[in-house]
Every structure is written in C-alpha cells, then in structure tokens.
Ligand binder design. Structure first.
Ligand SMILES: N[C@@H](CCC(=O)N[C@@H](CS)C(=O)NCC(=O)O)C(=O)O
Length: 205
C-alpha cells in the first residue's frame, strides 16, 4: 500500500497512525496537494489528500473511507462494531474531523484570498471554538483515559490530529487553558511513539 500525502494534514496523519497501529506495512509518498498537482490528479481528481493506493492499484480517497477499509482488515478495529457505542464514537470522529476541516478552510481563506472575508473568517473561528468547547466538556465528563475508555480509538487519533493542526495553523485559536481536558488527552497521545513517528510540522502551501 502507498499512503499519499504529508503528515501535516490531520487527515493523512490519522491514516498513517492507524496503519502503524494495525501493523500494516505501507510506503509513504508525501505529495503536496498544492505543489504536486499533476501526480495527485492521476490519483484523485479532487486534488485532495489522503489517498491510499492498494496493492491492486485501486485508489481509496478520504480518510473516513480509507479507515473503513483498514478497519475491515484489522483483528482489533479502533472503532466499536456494535451500536450504540459505534455511533457515539463516530460522532466524536465527525466533530474532530469537522473542526479540522474548518481549520483547513480558515487557513485557505487567509492564505489564498487577497482580501479575507471577515464574515467567513469569523464564522470559521466560531465553528472551531464552539466545537472544541463541546469536545472538551464531553471528554471531561467521561473521566476515562481515552474517549471510549481505557483503549485508544479513532476518536482519540482524530482529536489529536485536529488539535495539533489547529495549534500550528491557528495558534491564536488554541488556548490549552480553555480546553484543559482536550489539552491533557492530546499531550498524552502525542507522547506515544507512533504519534512522534507519524508527524510533520505544518508547512503552509
Ligand atoms: N474529508 C477529507 C478531507 C481531506 C482534506 O481536506 N485534505 C486537505 C489537506 S489537509 C486537502 O487535500 N486540501 C486540498 C484541497 O482541498 O484543495 C478527509 O477526511 O480525507
């Protein structure tokens, strides 16, 4: 398998961390969504990362679809198989990936438009801070080491990947003191070897 994309993307990183945790061997091609467009276009017409090239040449795109495929290969998937635990976990994943998507959108707005839309900028900021506050309050109330209890899951990986990206792309939005439960969770996750290995400082396009 070949994982396409750089680890400063929260979406590429969550796939890379999952591949490692599942013990699935893979090659990594750190194509940039912006400076490697010709190579990326051959894999994904949306020009987005991550993409995962399977051994038979089939290309999976979007981190959710890729992880769904990898979960099917895993002896111990990082997501509960049964409801209601499954939908509760997926709700955390949706919020964590959603807040990362808003942070990416905000960055593109700031970087790629000569004149930033104050309305769009403000809307993204409010979406990001409200979602972080919701996640923080939810996680604090659980009083467990990880989202689903004592074991790491996709909810934890998505949260840590989003947290790091927001902290690097929008440091003004991420005050650890405002979201203490998330800050603690993400610090513990980032101290794990796999999070150190599958990581890259943010490189703006
Ligand atoms: N929902 C997608 C989001 C992927 C995404 O937005 N990737 C960004 C990099 S962080 C990208 O490729 N952006 C380029 C673009 O949208 O033009 C996923 O989970 O994989």
């Amino acid at each position: 398998m070949i994982l396409i994309g750089q680890y400063d993307s929260p979406f590429v990183r969550r796939v890379g961390i999952t591949l490692r945790l599942y013990g699935i061997a893979f090659d990594h091609r750190p194509l940039s969504a912006f400076s490697d467009t010709a190579a990326l276009a051959a894999l994904n017409p949306l020009l987005r990362v991550p993409a995962l090239v399977l051994p038979d040449g089939f290309v999976l795109t979007d981190s959710h679809m890729i992880l769904d495929y990898l979960d099917g290969m895993a002896a111990a998937p990082l997501l509960p198989r049964h409801q209601p635990a499954r939908r509760r976990a997926l709700q955390i994943v949706a919020l964590a990936c959603g807040v990362a998507e808003k942070a990416v959108s905000l960055f593109y707005e700031q970087r790629m438009h000569d004149v930033v839309s104050p309305q769009f900028d403000q809307r993204c900021r409010e979406q990001i801070t409200a979602t972080l506050a919701t996640l923080d309050a939810d996680f604090a109330a659980r009083r467990t080491p990880f989202w689903l209890g004592s074991a790491i899951s996709h909810a934890d990986i998505a949260t840590a990947c989003a947290w790091r990206f927001i902290g690097e792309a929008h440091p003004d939005l991420l005050h650890a003191g405002r979201y203490p439960a998330l800050a603690d969770l993400c610090a513990r996750l980032e101290s794990l070897p796999v999070f150190g290995e599958i990581a890259q400082g943010f490189r703006p396009p």
